[in-house]
Write a protein that binds this ligand. Structure first.
Ligand SMILES: Nc1ncnc2c1ncn2[C@@H]1O[C@H](COP(=O)(O)OP(=O)(O)OP(=O)(O)O)[C@@H](O)[C@H]1O
Ligand SMILES: [Mg+2]
Length: 256
Protein backbone atom coordinates (compact mmCIF):
# COMPACT_ATOMS: atom_id res chain seq x y z
CA UNK A 1 0.00 0.00 0.00
CA UNK A 2 1.39 3.43 -0.91
CA UNK A 3 1.82 6.31 1.54
CA UNK A 4 -0.83 8.27 -0.37
CA UNK A 5 -3.39 5.53 0.27
CA UNK A 6 -2.42 5.30 3.93
CA UNK A 7 -3.09 8.97 4.64
CA UNK A 8 -6.58 8.67 3.15
CA UNK A 9 -7.53 5.55 5.06
CA UNK A 10 -9.06 6.19 8.47
CA UNK A 11 -9.08 2.52 9.44
CA UNK A 12 -8.04 -0.70 7.77
CA UNK A 13 -7.38 -4.38 8.34
CA UNK A 14 -5.03 -6.58 6.34
CA UNK A 15 -5.33 -10.36 6.12
CA UNK A 16 -7.52 -10.20 9.19
CA UNK A 17 -8.24 -13.57 10.76
CA UNK A 18 -10.37 -14.03 13.85
CA UNK A 19 -10.91 -17.46 15.35
CA UNK A 20 -13.21 -17.86 18.34
CA UNK A 21 -12.63 -20.93 20.51
CA UNK A 22 -10.34 -23.81 19.61
CA UNK A 23 -10.31 -27.40 18.41
CA UNK A 24 -13.55 -28.88 17.10
CA UNK A 25 -15.63 -25.94 18.24
CA UNK A 26 -13.40 -23.22 16.69
CA UNK A 27 -15.26 -20.65 14.60
CA UNK A 28 -13.34 -18.75 11.91
CA UNK A 29 -15.32 -15.49 12.07
CA UNK A 30 -12.86 -13.62 9.83
CA UNK A 31 -11.00 -15.60 7.22
CA UNK A 32 -8.39 -13.27 5.70
CA UNK A 33 -10.15 -9.93 5.23
CA UNK A 34 -8.30 -6.96 3.73
CA UNK A 35 -10.29 -3.74 3.63
CA UNK A 36 -9.67 -0.01 4.08
CA UNK A 37 -12.23 2.57 5.19
CA UNK A 38 -11.55 5.83 3.44
CA UNK A 39 -11.35 9.14 5.26
CA UNK A 40 -14.36 11.40 4.80
CA UNK A 41 -16.58 8.55 3.65
CA UNK A 42 -19.56 6.74 5.07
CA UNK A 43 -19.03 3.01 4.53
CA UNK A 44 -21.54 0.28 5.34
CA UNK A 45 -20.52 -3.31 6.12
CA UNK A 46 -23.21 -5.69 4.88
CA UNK A 47 -23.59 -9.43 4.88
CA UNK A 48 -25.77 -12.26 6.12
CA UNK A 49 -26.14 -12.96 9.84
CA UNK A 50 -22.97 -14.59 11.14
CA UNK A 51 -20.84 -13.40 8.20
CA UNK A 52 -18.45 -11.57 10.56
CA UNK A 53 -19.66 -7.95 10.33
CA UNK A 54 -19.58 -7.18 14.05
CA UNK A 55 -16.33 -9.10 14.47
CA UNK A 56 -14.72 -7.04 11.70
CA UNK A 57 -15.93 -3.80 13.25
CA UNK A 58 -14.81 -4.77 16.76
CA UNK A 59 -11.35 -5.80 15.57
CA UNK A 60 -10.95 -2.71 13.35
CA UNK A 61 -11.96 -0.48 16.27
CA UNK A 62 -9.67 -2.10 18.85
CA UNK A 63 -12.57 -3.53 20.90
CA UNK A 64 -11.33 -7.05 20.16
CA UNK A 65 -8.02 -8.46 18.95
CA UNK A 66 -7.29 -10.34 15.74
CA UNK A 67 -5.98 -13.90 15.72
CA UNK A 68 -3.92 -13.04 12.62
CA UNK A 69 -3.24 -10.09 10.35
CA UNK A 70 -3.14 -6.41 11.28
CA UNK A 71 -5.54 -3.60 12.10
CA UNK A 72 -4.67 0.09 11.80
CA UNK A 73 -6.38 3.30 12.87
CA UNK A 74 -4.65 5.90 10.70
CA UNK A 75 -1.01 4.92 10.82
CA UNK A 76 -1.24 3.25 14.23
CA UNK A 77 -1.09 -0.54 14.32
CA UNK A 78 -3.38 -1.75 17.07
CA UNK A 79 -1.52 -4.94 18.02
CA UNK A 80 1.54 -2.81 18.82
CA UNK A 81 -0.36 -1.08 21.64
CA UNK A 82 -0.58 -2.24 25.26
CA UNK A 83 -4.01 -2.15 26.97
CA UNK A 84 -3.54 1.36 28.32
CA UNK A 85 -2.58 2.83 24.95
CA UNK A 86 -5.38 0.96 23.24
CA UNK A 87 -7.88 2.41 25.74
CA UNK A 88 -6.52 5.90 25.09
CA UNK A 89 -6.69 5.39 21.33
CA UNK A 90 -10.33 4.29 21.56
CA UNK A 91 -11.11 7.24 23.80
CA UNK A 92 -9.28 9.90 21.82
CA UNK A 93 -9.52 8.81 18.20
CA UNK A 94 -12.67 6.70 17.83
CA UNK A 95 -16.39 7.25 18.40
CA UNK A 96 -18.94 4.45 18.89
CA UNK A 97 -22.67 4.11 18.30
CA UNK A 98 -24.36 0.86 19.27
CA UNK A 99 -27.83 -0.58 18.81
CA UNK A 100 -28.57 0.07 22.50
CA UNK A 101 -28.10 3.79 22.91
CA UNK A 102 -26.16 3.40 26.20
CA UNK A 103 -27.03 6.84 27.52
CA UNK A 104 -26.66 7.63 31.23
CA UNK A 105 -30.24 8.09 32.50
CA UNK A 106 -29.37 10.51 35.30
CA UNK A 107 -27.50 12.93 33.03
CA UNK A 108 -29.05 15.49 30.70
CA UNK A 109 -28.67 15.32 26.93
CA UNK A 110 -25.90 17.95 27.05
CA UNK A 111 -24.08 16.05 29.81
CA UNK A 112 -24.37 12.76 27.94
CA UNK A 113 -22.87 14.30 24.82
CA UNK A 114 -19.81 15.61 26.64
CA UNK A 115 -19.45 12.67 29.06
CA UNK A 116 -16.54 10.94 27.26
CA UNK A 117 -14.62 14.22 27.04
CA UNK A 118 -15.42 15.02 30.67
CA UNK A 119 -14.13 11.60 31.76
CA UNK A 120 -10.98 12.23 29.73
CA UNK A 121 -10.58 15.65 31.38
CA UNK A 122 -10.79 17.42 28.05
CA UNK A 123 -12.87 20.32 26.84
CA UNK A 124 -14.52 19.68 23.50
CA UNK A 125 -14.30 22.60 21.09
CA UNK A 126 -17.42 24.70 21.89
CA UNK A 127 -17.96 25.70 18.26
CA UNK A 128 -17.77 22.10 17.14
CA UNK A 129 -20.25 21.05 19.85
CA UNK A 130 -22.57 23.88 18.98
CA UNK A 131 -22.60 22.93 15.30
CA UNK A 132 -23.07 19.26 16.23
CA UNK A 133 -26.13 20.04 18.35
CA UNK A 134 -27.70 21.67 15.30
CA UNK A 135 -26.74 18.82 12.98
CA UNK A 136 -28.46 16.32 15.29
CA UNK A 137 -31.39 18.71 15.91
CA UNK A 138 -31.32 18.54 19.70
CA UNK A 139 -31.03 22.23 20.57
CA UNK A 140 -34.40 22.28 22.39
CA UNK A 141 -33.74 18.99 24.21
CA UNK A 142 -30.31 19.71 25.72
CA UNK A 143 -31.58 19.88 29.32
CA UNK A 144 -33.89 16.90 29.10
CA UNK A 145 -33.01 13.43 30.36
CA UNK A 146 -32.89 10.40 28.05
CA UNK A 147 -36.18 8.97 29.42
CA UNK A 148 -37.93 12.12 28.17
CA UNK A 149 -36.80 11.49 24.58
CA UNK A 150 -38.03 9.19 21.83
CA UNK A 151 -35.82 6.30 20.72
CA UNK A 152 -34.78 8.21 17.61
CA UNK A 153 -33.86 11.26 19.66
CA UNK A 154 -31.88 9.11 22.10
CA UNK A 155 -29.90 7.61 19.23
CA UNK A 156 -29.27 11.13 17.91
CA UNK A 157 -27.77 11.95 21.32
CA UNK A 158 -25.57 8.87 20.98
CA UNK A 159 -24.48 10.06 17.52
CA UNK A 160 -23.63 13.52 18.87
CA UNK A 161 -21.70 11.89 21.73
CA UNK A 162 -19.75 9.74 19.27
CA UNK A 163 -18.69 12.80 17.26
CA UNK A 164 -18.18 15.22 20.19
CA UNK A 165 -14.47 14.57 20.61
CA UNK A 166 -13.82 15.00 16.84
CA UNK A 167 -12.78 11.35 16.41
CA UNK A 168 -10.97 10.21 13.28
CA UNK A 169 -13.56 7.53 12.74
CA UNK A 170 -16.96 6.63 14.17
CA UNK A 171 -17.95 2.95 14.22
CA UNK A 172 -21.64 2.08 14.41
CA UNK A 173 -23.03 -1.45 14.85
CA UNK A 174 -26.69 -1.70 13.74
CA UNK A 175 -27.37 1.85 14.98
CA UNK A 176 -30.98 1.71 13.78
CA UNK A 177 -31.70 -1.82 15.03
CA UNK A 178 -33.94 -0.53 17.84
CA UNK A 179 -35.69 2.20 15.85
CA UNK A 180 -38.79 2.31 13.68
CA UNK A 181 -38.15 3.00 10.00
CA UNK A 182 -38.80 6.75 10.21
CA UNK A 183 -36.50 7.38 13.21
CA UNK A 184 -34.01 4.99 11.64
CA UNK A 185 -33.99 6.99 8.42
CA UNK A 186 -33.43 10.17 10.45
CA UNK A 187 -30.44 8.72 12.26
CA UNK A 188 -28.97 7.39 8.99
CA UNK A 189 -29.49 10.72 7.26
CA UNK A 190 -27.76 12.31 10.21
CA UNK A 191 -24.75 10.02 9.97
CA UNK A 192 -24.45 10.84 6.26
CA UNK A 193 -24.87 14.59 6.90
CA UNK A 194 -22.25 14.58 9.62
CA UNK A 195 -19.78 12.85 7.32
CA UNK A 196 -20.43 15.31 4.50
CA UNK A 197 -20.49 18.44 6.66
CA UNK A 198 -17.52 17.61 8.89
CA UNK A 199 -15.34 15.36 6.72
CA UNK A 200 -15.40 12.69 9.46
CA UNK A 201 -15.41 8.99 8.66
CA UNK A 202 -18.19 6.55 9.54
CA UNK A 203 -18.10 2.77 9.33
CA UNK A 204 -21.52 1.21 9.95
CA UNK A 205 -22.48 -2.44 10.31
CA UNK A 206 -25.98 -3.25 9.11
CA UNK A 207 -27.96 -6.11 7.63
CA UNK A 208 -30.57 -3.71 6.22
CA UNK A 209 -30.25 -2.72 2.52
CA UNK A 210 -32.25 0.46 3.15
CA UNK A 211 -29.78 1.47 5.86
CA UNK A 212 -26.80 0.59 3.66
CA UNK A 213 -28.20 2.82 0.89
CA UNK A 214 -27.43 5.87 3.06
CA UNK A 215 -23.71 5.09 2.83
CA UNK A 216 -21.28 6.24 0.12
CA UNK A 217 -19.99 2.72 -0.26
CA UNK A 218 -20.90 -0.80 0.85
CA UNK A 219 -18.50 -3.67 1.51
CA UNK A 220 -19.99 -7.16 1.56
CA UNK A 221 -18.90 -10.00 3.81
CA UNK A 222 -19.87 -13.65 3.45
CA UNK A 223 -18.48 -16.47 5.60
CA UNK A 224 -15.81 -14.20 7.07
CA UNK A 225 -14.51 -13.03 3.71
CA UNK A 226 -14.78 -9.77 1.80
CA UNK A 227 -16.67 -10.69 -1.33
CA UNK A 228 -17.62 -7.37 -2.95
CA UNK A 229 -17.66 -3.57 -2.73
CA UNK A 230 -20.26 -1.22 -4.18
CA UNK A 231 -20.11 2.55 -4.72
CA UNK A 232 -23.19 4.79 -4.48
CA UNK A 233 -25.47 1.98 -3.33
CA UNK A 234 -29.24 2.05 -3.58
CA UNK A 235 -31.54 -0.14 -1.50
CA UNK A 236 -32.42 -2.09 -4.67
CA UNK A 237 -28.83 -2.66 -5.81
CA UNK A 238 -27.82 -3.79 -2.31
CA UNK A 239 -30.84 -6.08 -2.04
CA UNK A 240 -30.02 -7.63 -5.42
CA UNK A 241 -26.44 -8.24 -4.33
CA UNK A 242 -27.62 -9.87 -1.10
CA UNK A 243 -30.02 -12.13 -3.01
CA UNK A 244 -27.11 -13.30 -5.13
CA UNK A 245 -25.43 -14.54 -1.93
CA UNK A 246 -28.49 -16.55 -0.98
CA UNK A 247 -28.53 -18.17 -4.41
CA UNK A 248 -24.80 -18.94 -4.30
CA UNK A 249 -25.09 -20.39 -0.79
CA UNK A 250 -28.02 -22.66 -1.69
CA UNK A 251 -26.52 -23.86 -4.99
CA UNK A 252 -24.95 -27.36 -4.81
CA UNK A 253 -21.19 -26.86 -4.66
CA UNK A 254 -21.66 -23.23 -3.55
CA UNK A 255 -20.20 -21.99 -0.29
CA UNK A 256 -21.67 -23.89 2.65
N1 LIG B 1 -17.60 -14.33 21.33
C1 LIG B 1 -17.81 -15.29 20.41
N2 LIG B 1 -17.51 -16.58 20.66
C2 LIG B 1 -17.68 -17.53 19.74
N3 LIG B 1 -18.14 -17.32 18.49
C3 LIG B 1 -18.47 -16.06 18.17
C4 LIG B 1 -18.31 -14.98 19.10
N4 LIG B 1 -18.71 -13.83 18.49
C5 LIG B 1 -19.11 -14.19 17.25
N5 LIG B 1 -18.95 -15.51 17.06
C6 LIG B 1 -19.22 -16.26 15.81
O1 LIG B 1 -18.49 -15.65 14.76
C7 LIG B 1 -19.27 -15.57 13.57
C8 LIG B 1 -19.40 -14.12 13.13
O2 LIG B 1 -20.15 -13.43 14.11
P1 LIG B 1 -20.52 -11.88 13.99
O3 LIG B 1 -21.17 -11.49 15.27
O4 LIG B 1 -19.32 -11.12 13.58
O5 LIG B 1 -21.58 -11.91 12.79
P2 LIG B 1 -22.48 -10.73 12.19
O6 LIG B 1 -22.22 -10.69 10.74
O7 LIG B 1 -22.29 -9.50 12.98
O8 LIG B 1 -23.96 -11.32 12.42
P3 LIG B 1 -25.35 -10.58 12.81
O9 LIG B 1 -25.87 -9.96 11.54
O10 LIG B 1 -26.22 -11.72 13.24
O11 LIG B 1 -25.07 -9.58 13.89
C9 LIG B 1 -20.59 -16.24 13.89
O12 LIG B 1 -20.52 -17.58 13.48
C10 LIG B 1 -20.67 -16.16 15.41
O13 LIG B 1 -21.42 -17.20 15.94
MG1 LIG C 1 -23.54 -8.35 14.27
Amino acid sequence: MTTATLTHTAARVENAVKVYGSGDTAVRALDGVTVGFRTGRFTAIMGPSGSGKSTLMHCAAGLDTLTGGTAHIGDTELSALDDRRLTLLRRDRIGFVFQAFNLVPTLTVAENITLPSDLAGRHPDPEWLDALVDVVGLRDRLHHRPAELSGGQQQRVAVARAFAGRPEVVFADEPTGNLDSRSGAEVLGLLGDTVRRTGRTVVMVTHDPVAAAHADEVVFLADGRLVDRMDRPTADSVLDRMKAFDTAASRPGGPS
